[in-house]
Design a protein around this ligand. Structure first.
Ligand SMILES: Nc1ncnc2c1ncn2[C@@H]1O[C@H](COP(=O)(O)OP(=O)(O)OP(=O)(O)O)[C@@H](O)[C@H]1O
Ligand SMILES: CC(=O)C(=O)O
Ligand SMILES: [K+]
Ligand SMILES: [Mg+2]
Length: 580
């Protein structure tokens, strides 16, 4: 794919040699552009930045000079290019390593953020992962969002990953014929039915998505909308229609979750047999595979089995085989089978919205703590989601309680925080992102200052000798990094595993993760403390390091004297050195 971009080119040896070019910008494997003035010395470090701010640095292996005035062709093959986005680069240059943000941010994309400019504003604000929720919108709408994120990555060097979240098949209401909300008043009688009312919804009638609804409920049951936002009592069953008396008034939102309770406990009769992945979900998953999303988040996971099934389904169909599967913990069953579900998954989400509708609210914080800890122990990234800054859907500043909640998730050292309605349909998506960023930075700094030596007992997780070696190397490297107060950890990784093992240790310094694979780079962007770069490298660590130092120095991201620990999964090596 060739795009025309303007380049601003400068070289390391002739600071006065700068030139602007408008040239076709070739994607892999080679980027070719010409210089009209020959540089004098070798080796040449060439930095090029596009007029929209993204850039790359190349060490030219050699260049041809054709006597003075003729153009010089610089052929920079992809192995000598380093890719990082402009925001990370500016952060490293301006604030130094220490102050980079470690906690990642997932933003749900909705009507207010689906335009290219709005997506770019989120990327500039630090979005690491864009989440699309298949509960809403059409596949075409989601496809256009994915394309825009991909364009942002290609044009501006970002590594924003895409997470597709399945609808799942728990019981929920229909979409209210397009109304944004409907008020249910105390004492009113409403009809819940499997009838599809479409746009001609009669007054006080609600479609329910689950066919067995009328059979499963009993007169006297309590029906909770979104875990208690509105309450009804079942008073009569007439064929497919269930008449309910509103006992606790409130707003009904489109597709709100429904649970029913008998004698104080959640009724899970046949709906417990609903498949976690519905036929509509499988079609969405096929869509996600075809579009090459980076993560699939599975709603209402009940057991490890469904995760294993999905993983083998993906493996058989996906082109490059690698879409990570994130288990959403949002049901009683998922808590019951927590360890085995997380073990089977590539990550987990504490989906507090639905979880809070299934267990008493006061149990949610402890469930969150347990999920975050289990993920850390099993080395799976974990996202804390839902209502982090709920009031910011309407207001430009958060409540103090929301700030305290975000702080707690950062203190628990979760990998990522997630925005839902705040970024999908709220009035202040960028401000909400800024709050997550500044609270994360503040708490992380506190952690480094106050809790420097605190270590968490991490159990051994390796299942082979080679994995054990990697694990020991990463644990030791992270410990050394803290003790020696190094500036950064470098990890050269093919599949991301060693980067992840370093992140698991939550070291005080940032982790620069170099990988050749763009999709590995995007996936690493969900994990705590990792700054993922794309870089071609070889088995020769000496030359990898020299190349990296040259490239990062040329871009001002590191400087001579910085102390670095480097590990690599090709050699299973560990090196400590000062940047020359
Ligand atoms: N693609 C979309 N189109 C329209 N509205 C959306 C879209 N995505 C999200 N929203 C809006 O943002 C709100 C919050 O979004 P989000 O996807 O986080 O919902 P959720 O209920 O927390 O997630 P889940 O449905 O997975 O439990 C939704 O209730 C919806 O109003
Ligand atoms: C995110 C989500 O699915 C929930 O909180 O329920
Ligand atoms: K969902
Ligand atoms: Mg949910």
């Amino acid at each position: 794919m060739a795009q025309s971009l303007s380049f601003f080119v400068s070289t390391s040896h002739s600071p006065d040699f700068t030139h602007s070019y408008t040239k076709p910008f070739l994607q892999n494997p080679n980027r070719l552009f010409s210089l009209t003035k020959p540089p004098k010395q070798s080796p040449l470090i060439l930095s090029a930045s596009t007029d929209n701010g993204s850039g790359f640095t190349a060490v030219t292996p050699e260049y041809e000079t054709a006597n003075g005035t003729s153009p010089v062709a610089v052929l920079a093959d992809s192995s000598s290019i380093i890719e990082v986005d402009a925001v990370t680069e500016a952060e490293l240059k301006e604030n130094g390593f220490r102050s980079t943000r470690r906690t990642k941010v997932v933003c749900t994309i909705g009507p207010v953020t689906s335009g290219f400019e709005e997506l770019e504003a989120l990327a500039v604000g630090g979005m690491n992962v864009a989440r699309i929720n298949m509960c809403h919108g059409t596949r075409e709408w989601h496809k256009s969002v994915i394309e825009k994120v991909r364009r942002l990555n290609e044009e501006k060097g970002y590594a924003v990953a895409v997470m597709m979240d399945t609808e799942g098949s728990e019981i929920h209401m229909g979409d209210l014929g397009g109304a944004p909300s409907v008020k249910a008043e105390d004492g009113e009688v409403w009809t819940f039915s499997v009838r599809a009312y479409e746009s001609l919804r009669p007054e006080r009638a609600i479609t329910v998505n689950y066919d067995g609804f009328a059979e499963d409920v009993k007169v006297g049951d309590e029906l909770l909308v979104d875990g208690g936002m509105v309450r009804f009592e079942v008073i009569e069953k007439i064929g497919p229609d269930v008449k309910c008396l509103c006992t606790d008034p409130g707003l009904l939102l489109p597709r709100a979750n429904l649970t029913f309770w008998r004698d104080g406990s959640l009724v899970r009769e046949r709906n417990a047999m609903l498949p976690t992945i519905s036929s509509k979900d499988w079609l969405d998953i096929d869509f996600g595979i075809a579009e090459g999303v980076d993560f699939i988040a599975v709603s209402f996971v009940k057991s490890a089995e469904v995760i294993n099934h999905l993983k083998s389904y993906i493996k058989a169909r996906s082109r490059d085989g690698d879409i990570a599967v994130v288990a959403k913990i949002e049901s009683v069953d998922s808590l019951r089978n927590l360890e085995e579900i997380i073990q089977a998954s590539d990550g987990a989400m504490v989906a507090r919205g639905d979880l809070g509708a299934q267990i008493p609210l006061e149990q949610v914080p402890l469930a969150q703590q347990r999920i975050v800890e289990t993920c850390r122990q099993l080395n799976k990234p974990v996202i804390v989601a839902s209502q982090l800054l709920e009031s910011m859907i309407e207001y430009p500043t958060p409540t103090r309680a929301e700030v305290a909640d975000v702080s707690e998730a950062v203190r628990q050292r979760a990998d990522a925080l997630m925005l839902s309605g705040e970024s999908a349909m709220g009035q202040f998506p960028d401000k909400a992102l800024t709050v997550l960023r500044s609270v994360s930075l503040r708490i992380e700094k506190w952690w480094r200052e106050e809790k420097r030596r605190e270590v968490m007992d991490l159990p051994d997780i390796a299942s082979s000798l080679s994995d054990s070696i990697s694990e020991e190397i990463c644990n030791s490297a992270a410990k050394m990094a803290n003790n020696l107060e190094v500036d950064a950890l470098f990890v050269y990784t093919k599949n991301g595993e060693m980067a992840s093992l370093l992140s698991r240790n939550r070291p005080n310094c940032p982790i620069f993760a170099f990988t050749e694979d763009v999709s590995v780079r995007r996936r690493l962007n969900l994990q705590w403390g990792l700054i993922p770069f794309r870089l071609g490298f070889s088995d020769d660590m000496e030359s990898n390091l020299n190349k990296t130092f040259a490239l990062l120095k040329a871009r001002g991201m590191i400087k001579s004297g910085d102390l670095v620990i480097a590990v690599s999964d090709m050699l299973q090596s560990i090196q400590v050195m000062n940047v020359p």
